[in-house]
Design a binder for this molecule. Structure first.
Ligand SMILES: [Ca+2]
Ligand SMILES: [Ca+2]
Ligand SMILES: [Zn+2]
Length: 377
C-alpha cells in the first residue's frame, strides 16, 4: 500500500490545514478519484506557496513516502500553515489556514509570475529609461502593440521624473518580449500572464509576456495595457501590493471597459523611490480606507457567519473568529456578476441566498453562485 501526505478539499466539505495540517491517505483502489483529487490540490497548494510565498520544498517530498525526519516534517507543516495564512491575508481572505473554495479561486486566478514576498532593495540610480521591444510573436500589428506600450510607460512617466525612450539597439534597460513554445517560461493560456525582473544589469528590468494568452488591445480577453503597466512597475522596482485597487496587485483584476489608472498606492510607492518631494495637484484615486472617519458604505449584509461592507468596487469582510478585516474586490468573490456601487444587499437565511440591488436590477446569489438576475418588480 502506498502512503502519501496530502492536504486539500474533499468534495462536500473542507479540510483545515490548521486543525488537520496534513492527512495521511492511503492510495486505495476504492477511492482513486478522491485520492488523485487530493493529490492535485496538494500539489497546487505547495507549488503556489513555493512560487509566490517562499515556502521551502519539503524534505523527502520527491520520494512520496513519509521518510523525512519527524522534526523536519513538523516544522515544514508549520511553515506551510504560516505561508498559507500570509497568502490569505494578502488577498483579504480570513486567515483560516483552510484550503476552502475561495482560497482555491484566488490561487487559480490569472496573475503575474513574480513572487508576492519579493524583497526589493532600494537602488538610487540609474533610472531604467531605455526600452527595447523585441519584435517577435507580437499579439497584434507592431504599430498597435508599440502604441499600447507607449501608453503604459506614459502612465508611470507622468508621475515620476523618468522619461522613457524607445531604442532598437540591444543596450536597453527594459527589453520587452513575448514567449511561446519550447523554452518559454510560461504555462500556456491562463495561469501566469507575464513577469518582469526588478531593476538591474542584463535581464534586470526586462518584461516577458506569455504569447499564448488572449491579449486584447480593447475590451475582451486580457488587457495588454493593464498587464504592461503592472510589469513596468516591477521594471521600475515596485513589488506587489496587497491593495486590491492598485495596479501592482498580483492577480488580474480588471473588468472589461474598466478605466485604467494608477491608484494612490501605486503613485505613492513609485514616488517614494524616485521623487519623494513631489506633490501632485490631481491625486490619484484612493482605495477606500476602513479607518476614514468620513467613510460611508454602499451596502452592508451578512453572508453566513460574516458581515460584508460594500463600497464602490470593494468589500470588507468581518469574520467572527478573526480580528482582522480584509479588503478585497467584489469581483474577487463574484467574478463578472455582482456589480460595483451597489444600492443595497441582504441575506435571506432561510433560502441561504443573498440579494443585491443596483438601480432597477436585482441579483440573487446562492453561496457564491449566481442563481438569477432580473429587474425589480
Ligand atoms: Ca535589462
Ligand atoms: Ca499563461
Ligand atoms: Zn507582478
Amino acid at each position: 500500500m502506498e502512503v502519501v501526505l496530502v492536504a486539500g478539499e474533499v468534495p462536500g466539505h473542507f479540510l483545515s490545514t490548521v486543525e488537520v495540517p496534513l492527512m495521511v491517505f492511503c492510495a486505495d483502489s476504492r477511492a482513486p478519484s478522491l485520492y488523485s483529487h487530493l493529490r492535485r490540490l496538494t500539489c497546487l497548494l505547495q507549488s503556489y506557496l513555493q512560487q509566490y510565498y517562499g515556502l521551502h520544498p519539503r524534505a523527502g517530498r520527491q520520494k512520496r513516502h513519509a521518510t523525512a525526519e519527524p522534526n523536519e516534517e513538523v516544522s515544514w507543516k508549520s511553515e506551510l500553515c504560516q505561508k498559507m495564512e500570509r497568502m490569505q491575508r494578502f488577498f483579504g481572505l480570513p486567515p483560516s489556514g483552510e484550503l476552502n473554495n475561495e482560497t482555491l479561486v484566488v490561487m487559480k486566478r490569472p496573475r503575474c509570475g513574480l513572487s508576492d514576498v519579493e524583497h526589493v532593495k532600494f537602488l538610487k540610480k540609474p533610472l531604467p529609461s531605455i526600452i527595447r521591444i523585441a519584435g517577435m510573436k507580437l499579439p497584434n500589428s507592431k504599430l498597435k502593440v508599440h502604441k499600447v506600450f507607449r501608453a503604459a510607460w506614459k502612465m508611470w512617466s507622468t508621475v515620476t521624473p523618468i522619461k522613457f525612450r524607445k531604442r532598437s539597439r540591444r543596450e536597453a534597460d527594459i527589453t520587452i518580449s513575448f514567449h511561446t513554445g519550447d523554452g518559454s517560461p510560461f504555462d500556456g493560456k491562463g495561469g501566469i500572464l507575464a513577469h518582469a525582473f526588478l531593476p538591474g544589469a542584463g535581464i534586470g528590468g526586462d518584461v516577458h509576456f506569455d504569447a499564448e494568452e488572449d491579449w486584447s488591445l480593447n475590451s475582451t480577453g486580457f488587457s495588454l495595457l493593464a498587464v504592461a503597466v503592472h510589469e513596468f512597475g516591477h521594471a521600475l522596482g515596485l513589488p506587489h501590493s496587497s491593495d486590491p485597487g492598485a495596479i501592482m496587485y498580483p492577480a488580474y483584476n480588471f473588468a472589461p471597459n474598466f478605466e485604467l489608472q494608477l491608484s494612490f498606492t501605486d503613485v505613492k510607492d513609485v514616488q517614494h523611490r524616485y521623487d519623494p518631494d513631489h506633490c501632485y495637484t490631481n491625486p490619484p484615486p484612493r482605495t477606500p480606507d476602513k479607518c476614514d472617519p468620513d467613510l460611508s458604505f454602499d451596502a452592508v449584509s451578512e453572508l453566513r457567519q460574516e458581515v460584508l461592507f460594500f463600497k464602490d468596487r470593494f468589500l470588507w469582510r468581518k469574520h467572527p473568529q478573526f480580528d482582522e478585516i480584509g479588503i478585497t474586490l467584489i469581483s474577487s468573490l463574484w467574478p463578472d456578476s455582482v456589480p460595483s456601487h451597489l444600492d443595497a444587499a441582504y441575506e435571506n437565511v432561510e433560502k441561504d441566498m443573498t440579494l443585491f440591488f443596483k438601480g432597477i436590477h436585482v441579483l440573487s446569489v446562492n453561496k457564491l453562485q449566481v442563481e438569477s438576475s432580473g429587474v425589480k418588480s
